[in-house]
Design a protein around this ligand. Structure first.
Ligand code: FO1
Length: 314
């Protein structure tokens, strides 16, 4: 724990990689951290409950993530998947042996009646994570992706077809009936700082804020509310965010992202490569922090986290 920030209650609203990296930085900066995680990417394969974003956040905070690939466990082996392939199972979704252990245990606990939030707390604790990792909801929400060729399940779009299709609409199936998991509303309402991670605004952030009660908690929160742009120099740091902004009719820039979050946050963090947009972002009524937002290694994540904590303290 680092001096001076030990009692800084911080909540990160996260999807996969961008959320995981910023959360890791906050953890290293000593924040009292809650990570509220998207579950609309979740999928059942081979009879197993797979929660990619929860696992990316948990593995990253545990120091177990395959940082190069952005998902799964470092140093994986694939003996089980290969054997499953020989038995005729589809193997397009690459599940490593260690990762499979997570899905087997999660599925068993869920079948025994535990809610996803309790299972996630148990798994993250077992892996040595000190932050609270919380699914936004214990209920089922599933992103469906509308493309010119028809509607696709999320992982079919993302992994199966490598997000090559244009996205013309999105449906978050089940979201109206979903309830925030225990602690989510409090974490958003009562933190000193809430950070909307540099995650995909449509695939990661929207299905978090769309769970009834979460957006309202953010709007009514007494926290300093900060969003970090996932678009740098007109491109997504990772994944299809830039493509999606374009096909859904938004400007493909940090300014386009800032417009999406106007009314929800007070501060916008944009990359120094986008410094020329700072004035236009400020004109939306947002305080702007211009810095290096591309979190390479652990030091870069911690530096960005500390800059956000400092900017919200002044
Ligand atoms: N992404 C891929 O591009 N290909 C894969 O085979 C793949 C497998 C996989 C297994 C477990 C897991 O937790 C995530 C996995 N991902 C894979 C990533 C994941 O599907 C997406 O990155 C997220 O859903 C988007 O946030």
């Amino acid at each position: 724990m680092t001096e001076g920030v030990a009692t800084d209650a911080v909540t990160v609203l996260a999807g996969g990689v961008g959320g995981a990296r910023l959360a890791h930085g906050m953890d290293r900066a000593g924040a009292d951290l809650t990570v509220v995680v998207n579950v609309a990417d979740d999928v059942e394969l081979h009879g197993l409950a797979i929660s990619p974003d929860l696992d990316t956040v948990t593995y990253t905070l545990a120091g177990l993530a395959d940082e190069e690939r952005g998902w799964g466990v470092v140093g994986e082996t694939y003996a089980t998947l290969e054997a499953m392939g020989r038995l005729g199972e589809d193997t397009w979704f690459t599940l490593g042996d260690k990762d499979l252990a997570t899905h087997v245990v999660r599925t068993a606990r869920l079948r025994a009646g535990a809610p996803l939030s309790a299972v996630t707390a148990e798994l993250s604790r077992a892996l040595g994570v000190r932050a609270r990792v919380v699914p936004v909801t214990d209920d089922r929400v599933a992103t469906l992706v509308d493309t010119p060729g028809g509607r696709l399940g999320f992982q079919e779009y993302f992994v199966g077809r490598q997000h090559a299709d244009d996205v013309v609409g999105l449906v978050y199936d089940g979201i109206e009936a979903a309830r925030p998991a225990p602690g989510v509303v409090e974490a958003v309402r009562d933190a000193r700082v809430v950070v909307v991670a540099p995650s995909n605004p449509f695939l990661s952030v929207a299905p978090v804020l769309g769970v009834p009660g979460v957006r309202e908690a953010l709007v009514g929160s007494r926290a300093h509310r900060v969003a970090v742009s996932p678009i740098v120099g007109g491109r997504a740091i990772k994944g299809p965010a830039a493509q999606m902004l374009a096909t859904l009719g938004h400007e493909v820039s940090a300014l386009g992202v800032a417009r999406l979050y106007t009314g929800l946050v007070d501060h916008m963090v944009i990359d120094e490569r986008d410094a020329h947009l700072a004035e236009d972002v400020a004109a939306l009524g947002l305080r702007v922090l211009v810095t290096d937002t591309v979190m390479g290694g652990a030091d870069g994540r911690e530096r960005l986290a500390r800059e956000i904590l400092a900017a919200t303290r002044g």
